[in-house]
Design a protein around this ligand. Structure first.
Ligand code: SF4
Length: 372
């Protein structure tokens, strides 16, 4: 049987850098588009031999803002994959991340025609005040319109990102956002709390930011969980919710250790028990490929027992947890740590699986650090 794998393409263009963003992004310039397009072709040729006996389960265009590279850049990648005759699963999920402001109806039609079957929209909030704080370039009205347009064009698998713990956010503002999503034609939600990462604009002025207190933050999370329950959506991973049947194939791959290849500057790969990352600089990435060299700048071979501990921690993010058979792979100290975590109420067990308890879901970082 062929091994299922995933592909990730990092499109680093953004019209403006958001103050909380710690991803590798660059200005949206045409000269960079041409360079990235050429480099993707070279990188594809480099990795093609690895793919010949594999089946592609999911393709993900992330960033940055991949919709800025559409239609031609995205179409070229998809055509290259098709021409290479690597098998695509019949249910292959092909996701494109987009910001609401670029999603004109003509572009939506083109995306559907080229095979994109899932959109992931960076909505973040449906309250204009929060969007302004985040310095996003779309309004709440534009975000809702983009979702309705996408649905009417024919996209039946739409995910949105929402963020809480935004500076100056109030419970009323967050509840307003949650109330708006009830009527939207969406199938998936990725829920994040804002974290202030080093090397971001928010980090430089973190002392001036009025961030919600921890007890408020927990209330925001609980309100979101309650809304999802009322909408009869499933929480299938700590930060992911969906309508029945709409769990993200691609993200499930990350949580179940499916091998994936990442293309583009700064993209990560996980292949043959090795994790690696391309250089986070478009010129250096393109130069390496032009010189027929690898663009990888970081490589880490995962060896026992660290590999299995990390896999356990990642798999536990899924709400249905791990199969009890997985325990036979674990070293003694990890089994002891799991026993302790169960005694402290972070983990639950039934006849076949071990999974995070309500407390474990709230304090996942504690669980992960105990295991690793
Ligand atoms: S749009 Fe997304 S990727 Fe681009 S700067 Fe903002 S947060 Fe970062």
């Amino acid at each position: 049987m062929k091994t299922s794998i995933s592909l990730y393409f990092h499109i680093p263009f953004c019209t403006k850098k958001c103050p909380y963003c710690h991803f590798y992004v660059i200005p949206n310039q045409q000269s960079f588009h041409a360079l990235l397009d050429e480099s993707f072709a070279k990188e594809w040729d480099l990795y093609l031999p690895l793919l010949e006996d594999k089946i592609i389960t999911s393709i993900y265009f992330g960033g940055g803002t991949p919709s800025l590279f559409a239609p031609s850049g995205i179409k070229n990648i998809l055509e290259r994959i098709k021409k290479s005759q690597i098998e695509l699963a019949s249910s292959c999920e092909i996701t494109l991340e987009a910001n609401p402001e670029e999603l004109e109806i003509s572009l939506l039609h083109q995306l559907l025609e080229m095979g994109i079957n899932r959109l992931s929209l960076g909505i973040q909030s449906l309250d204009d005040r929060s969007l302004q704080t985040l310095e996003r370039t779309h309004s709440a009205k534009k975000a809702e319109l983009a979702i309705f347009n996408a649905n009417q064009t024919g996209f039946k698998n739409i995910s949105i990102d929402l963020m809480y713990d935004i500076p100056d956010q109030t419970k009323a503002s967050w509840d307003y956002t949650l109330s708006r999503i009830r009527s939207l034609p969406i199938q998936h939600l990725s829920l994040y709390n804002l974290t202030i990462e080093p090397h971001t604009s928010f980090f430089k002025r973190k002392n001036e930011l009025q961030l919600p207190k921890p007890e408020e933050s927990i209330q925001y999370l609980f309100s979101a969980i309650q809304t999802m329950k009322e909408m009869q959506w499933k929480r299938y991973e700590i930060s992911a919710f969906c309508q029945e049947g709409y769990a993200s194939h691609h993200n499930l791959g990350y949580w179940t250790y499916r091998p994936f290849l990442g293309f583009g500057p700064s993209a990560f790969s996980f292949w043959d028990n090795e994790r690696y990352q391309n250089v986070a600089n478009i010129q250096r990435y393109a130069k390496a490929l032009k010189e027929k060299k690898s663009p990888v700048s970081f490589r880490e071979k995962l060896t026992f027992p660290q590999n299995i501990k990390e896999e356990l921690a990642v798999r536990l993010r899924l709400l249905d947890g791990i199969d009890l058979n997985f325990l036979s792979l674990l070293p003694k100290d990890t089994l002891n740590a799991m026993e302790n975590l169960s005694n402290l109420g972070f983990l639950c067990k039934n006849n076949s699986r071990i999974y995070l308890s309500e407390k474990g879901l709230l304090f996942y970082d504690t669980v992960a650090s105990e295991i690793i």
